[in-house]
Design a protein around this ligand. Structure first.
Ligand code: PLP
Length: 479
């Protein structure tokens, strides 16, 4: 297969008085296309040959057509989309952080030291004993956690018997998927009228076939599972493990720890809680933490320190192996380390206080009903009578990003809202005004929105099936 390519570049050691121009007509790619249908292969690919100012103009234009984390309030519930301070980016851009992952331990002691301390920070924050930074996202952390659970039961000779993972009906979709990918049957338990796990239903679901219960606390309604200690003893009495989905950790930072509540395994969404960017599919990081009895199963590697202060990557004795390449997404982890180190204990306490305060202030001001509470760092309002998707689109006209919609299904036309700790009172007021302005639109007005965005109604199916990836997004005037 030939790819047509025109490349020009200057080499660093070139004599700049006589610029070197390299024109390459074709590059041979060493990939066999045997067996592929003709419609799927091509002989030529013409790539635009564009100067840096044009590239900069193109991406700046695109960034202005969309709504980003630096455009204004972004209360996408459960996702914790918050401002990412720039000092973490500067650190991640430092050439000293860019090392080849195959370097021997002696040659990257500084990086291993940071990884070691990040493991310790994370363990301490959640009350876990040991952490591996390896999984590349929360969902991957869940999958790793489920494999740990499997390996643990297998070592107890119970793998064949423990075939079920229990997940509350209101859980994030990844919980169901991770349990299923780990080879388990998923059993769902309903919520009670307060929006918490129904204890009677849980007791009925638990048994000798239970491998684990996956929970987040506060749960996806933003409501604290008050019976967590009782839930933990019920699960442990049945011989199961308790898994903590860390997506809602913002509400707990410095105040309560899953480990103290009885959880055995946790994942951390560092890109949610610790201000490293996410969106567009990543990259993120989803470290997984466990209590002592599960430490030998952690993903490979974990970083340890010897008496002479040499840091080492080691493979835990009964490790489930790797769920990603090398040590995970190191530069994302570095940003999480920097964020935690700069905030310190007081800063983390302050973050959870403001996350909860902001959500409660906003909840008070929003005119849509909020069926479940008291809430912590997020709330789920009901747009009942309107379509939550239309509400979301209309909110864009007011210069705010909409909340998460139609999930959890427990709330009719759900608007799952998480303002995060970074918003000011002014931006929270603006956000509340935007919610209330949309609530007051009649059906016809609602259907006409948004009016002020660069693209009005996106046909998401068409956009996915035939994406337009042209770099020339503006019309060229006739000369
Ligand atoms: C975001 C989220 C996840 C999955 O995390 P990713 O890092 O996006 O893979 C799991 N559970 C809950 C509740 C979440 O909000």
């Amino acid at each position: 297969m030939k790819i047509h390519e025109q490349a020009r570049w200057y080499r660093r050691d070139d004599d700049l008085t006589e610029p070197l121009l390299v024109e390459k007509d074709s590059t041979t790619v060493d990939v066999s296309v045997d067996g592929l249908d003709d419609s799927l292969t091509r002989d030529e690919l013409t790539l635009p040959n564009i100067a840096e100012p044009e590239v900069a103009a193109h991406y700046t234009r695109l960034s202005q057509m969309t709504f980003g984390i630096e455009s204004g309030p972004y209360p996408l519930g459960s996702c914790t989309m918050k401002y990412n301070p720039k000092f973490t980016e500067r650190l991640a851009a430092d050439p000293g952080a860019h090392v080849h992952p195959d370097l021997p331990d002696e040659a990257c002691q500084g990086i291993l030291e940071i990884m070691y301390h990040l493991q310790r920070y994370l363990a301490r924050i959640c009350g876990m004993d040991r952490v591996s930074l390896q999984p590349p996202a929360g969902a991957a952390g869940e999958f790793a956690g489920i494999l740990i659970c499997r390996a643990f039961h297998a070592d107890n000779g119970e793998d064949g018997q423990r075939t079920e993972v229990i997940v509350p009906a209101s859980a994030h979709g990844t919980n169901f998927a991770s349990a299923a990918m780990g080879g388990y049957e998923v059993v769902t338990v309903p919520s009670n009228e307060e929006g918490r796990v129904d204890l009677e239903a849980l007791e009925a679901a638990l048994g000798p076939e239970t491998a684990a219960l996956m929970l987040t606390n506060p749960n996806t309604l933003g409501v604290i599972e008050r019976d967590i200690e009782e839930i933990a003893s019920l699960v442990h009495e049945a011989g199961g493990l308790l898994y903590y989905d860390g997506a809602n950790l913002n509400a707990l930072l410095g105040r309560a720890r899953p480990g103290d509540m009885g959880f055995d395994i946790t994942h951390y969404n560092v890109h949610k809680t610790f201000a490293t960017p996410h969106g567009g599919g990543g990259p993120g990081a989803g470290p997984v933490g466990v209590t002592d009895r599960l430490a030998d199963y952690l993903p490979d590697p974990v970083v340890t320190v010897d008496d002479d202060e040499t840091y080492r990557r080691v493979t835990p004795e009964r490790s489930i192996g790797k769920v990603h390449g090398f040590e995970g997404n190191w530069l994302v982890l570095l940003k999480a380390f920097a964020y935690i180190a700069r905030l310190g204990d007081d800063g983390l306490l302050d973050a959870s206080a403001k996350a909860v305060l902001n959500a409660n202030y906003l909840a008070e001001r929003v005119g849509y009903p909020i069926p479940y509470g008291p809430v912590q760092h997020e709330f789920v309002a009901s747009a009942s009578g309107q379509d939550a998707g239309e509400v979301a689109r209309a909110m864009l006209d007011y210069g705010v990003h909409p909340p998460t919609t139609k999930w959890p299904e427990l709330v009719d036309e759900a608007l799952m809202t998480e303002p995060t700790e970074v918003e000011t009172k002014e931006s929270l007021d603006h956000l509340a005004d935007a919610f209330n302005a949309v609530r007051d639109l009649d059906d016809d007005e609602l259907a006409e929105r948004p009016k002020r965005t660069s693209v009005r109604k996106i046909d998401q199916v068409a956009a996915a099936r035939s994406p337009v990836l042209n770099w020339q997004s503006i019309e060229t005037p006739k000369s």
